[in-house]
Design a protein around this ligand. Sequence first.
Ligand code: HEM
Length: 183
Amino acid sequence: MRICISPKPVMWVVLMVVVGASGAWAQEVSAPTGATSPMALIMRWLHVLPAIMAVGGAIFMRFVLMPAAAGALDDESHGKLRAAVIKRWRLIVHPSILLFLISGFYNYMAVTRHQHPDNGLYHALFGVKFILALVVFFFAIALTSSKGWSEGFRSKAATWLGLLVALAVAVVLIAGYMKVMPT
Ligand code: HEM
């Protein structure tokens, strides 16, 4: 028996969670002056949403889609699927990188660095997070490119995507720690 989950209730639940969470964030996200800043909230959304989409998508691809396709498809079909997935996945990955950079710098320069003026560890962690994120971006671009320079990465996609996932998870864990550091 097939169980069908209608997308409508799921979308409502997601919408309610987003709206509910945004209320909490709006109270919490504050400009250096202490006033709630709508821009800071928008930038935070533009950081968290790509994190969910890009990191979640990479985990799905590495641990679900790749092994399933390798087991179920012949070489020709597998090659076609890989090319089609890369083409579409690129449309998520490239804008996500742009959003991470814009919202991340805004977040740091306009909000969080003012909340941690004398905390060297906070700023060091920001540096480590930033460098790890750049490495993640490099692998993400290499694995979604169709150019020759990155063929070596794509031919060992399971390895490099696994490393990308590990580094991206480290970035999220560091971000979580930065978030709970005393202001
Ligand atoms: C792989 C890429 C990245 C991932 C997965 C990622 C993920 C995250 C997550 C999950 C948070 C917590 C958000 C929240 O609770 O509101 C966060 C916070 C943050 N991220 Fe990123 N990020 C990435 C790249 C970047 C980049 C490139 C920058 C800087 C240009 C950056 C700067 C920040 C800052 C400043 C915070 C706030 C930390 C705090 O709450 O004190 N991130 N990031």
